[in-house]
Write a protein that binds this ligand. Structure first.
Ligand code: SAH
Length: 398
């Protein structure tokens, strides 16, 4: 077994069970892509078993802090089974469930979502890639799912020196298995294609926030609703279920909007209650303001504007701008659900950004609720980096 020796004083985060070792912390030692290494302190003391990634600035990700652990197929079976067992205990109103959430489930670089009988997985790190076959077997066994599709086609893999990779891993019936899935979420149904949808197919982290939005829309009697960065319209369906008269949904992805229209019909709502705009949200907000439009409720759920803390400043300006425009577009007493999924923007900073936006808009309001990802996307105490989605529910002053 190859050893990775850390520099003096660099053992502290591993001792606190933080699973990452950065390139700059390593004094000596090398291994192949995904190979299991023994990580040692400067004095040779055992710290962790981890997977080595020669091209990544996160050079090692820890599998286990237990020296007696053997990193082999049974280890992955146990970790996967524990992740699946945890989900079975959670109050989840859907058969679309995040089964494995990377570091939070002790499986760095592995993301797995369940859509009914189909699993969709991303192997984002050299270690997860190395153990793909035993992980795939363990996932099928623990979940009882019929099939597993791989969606390892994200830019994160390039940082690891891994090529994009997608297709059936298990139960694909030689390519004949359907990549199209339908899930029940709360009182509605949503569809997705594991082969062509964003990420693994759907944004399950917003599941509970979609239900909450429906409740707020109903409570306030919102009639005109605007869903920005709508993707396939989860929040749009929620607004219609909450009794909105008309929902306008904006996204720059044509295929996502086509699916949104299908979702309106699938859930039994009149097509006339839904309008789609294929375009840039910022431009739409400006045009709507210029045209004197007003909305009773607005959702802002943009993509990740900042991938790292270094990009936070530029991202902050972009968040501020859309929030300022949205607050101006809201009718008095209106409802704003505003989100950031950038890991580099913490909850405090996001609050400040939105407060700055309100100030610039000349709008006052109250934060009536704070939002986060659904409970099947847990964060471990030792790994705060895992926290990424934050949201505010704001009521504009009447
Ligand atoms: N709220 C959605 C998820 C949003 S993901 C849900 O509940 O499912 C972010 C979306 O923003 C993606 O669908 C992407 O196509 C879209 N997007 C990214 N940049 C955009 C832009 N400048 N204008 C409009 N849409 C954009």
């Amino acid at each position: 077994m190859k050893a990775i020796r850390l520099r003096e004083g660099k053992e502290r985060s591993l001792l606190r069970r933080h699973p990452w070792v950065f390139e700059g912390s390593i004094a000596k030692g090398k291994a192949d892509t995904g190979e299991t290494v023994r990580v040692e302190a400067a004095d040779g003391r055992f710290l962790a078993w981890g997977a080595y990634s020669p091209h990544s600035s996160i050079r090692v990700r820890a599998w286990s802090f237990d020296e007696a652990e053997r990193i082999a197929a049974p280890f992955f079976q146990r970790r996967v089974a524990a992740a699946v067992a945890l989900r079975a205990r959670l109050p989840i109103a859907s058969d679309g469930v995040r089964l494995v959430h990377g570091e939070a489930d002790g499986l760095p670089g592995l993301v797995v979502d369940r859509y009914g009988a189909t699993l969709s997985a991303q192997f984002l790190f050299a270690g997860a890639e190395r153990w793909k076959a035993p992980l795939a077997d363990a996932l099928i066994e623990a979940s009882g799912a019929a099939r597993l599709y791989e969606r390892s086609d994200t830019s994160a893999r390039a940082l690891e020196g891994l090529a994009p990779c997608s297709g059936w891993l298990r139960g694909g019936e030689g390519g004949a298995a359907p990549t199209e899935c339908m899930i029940r979420e709360h009182d509605w149904r949503l569809t997705l294609d594991v082969a062509s949808g964003h990420k693994t197919g759907l944004y399950l982290d917003q599941r509970d926030n979609r239900a909450l939005f429906a409740r707020w829309v109903r409570r306030l009697g919102c009639q005109q609703v605007l869903n920005c960065y709508c993707y396939t319209g989860g929040f749009s369906v929620a607004a219609l279920a909450g009794g909105a008269a008309q929902v306008t949904s904006v996204d720059s992805s044509g295929p996502a909007l086509e699916r949104l229209c299908a979702h309106v019909q699938l859930n039994g709502f009149e097509a006339a209650r839904s309008a789609c705009v294929d375009g840039d949200v910022n431009a739409f907000l400006r045009e709507s303001l210029a045209a004197g439009r007003r909305f009773d409720a607005i959702v802002l759920d943009p993509p990740k504007f900042a991938a790292t803390a270094a990009q936070a400043e530029r991202a902050a300006r972009a968040y501020k701008d859309i929030n300022r425009l949205a607050l101006m577009l809201l009718a008095p007493g209106g409802l704003l659900f505003t989100f950031s999924c950038s890991g580099g923007i913490g909850a405090d900073l996001f609050h400040k950004i939105v407060a700055g936006a309100a100030h610039d808009a000349g709008v006052d309001g109250a934060i009536v609720q704070r939002l986060e990802a659904a409970c099947d996307h847990p964060t471990t105490l030792a790994f705060p980096e895992g926290e990424y989605l934050k949201g505010l529910v704001i009521l504009k002053q009447a």
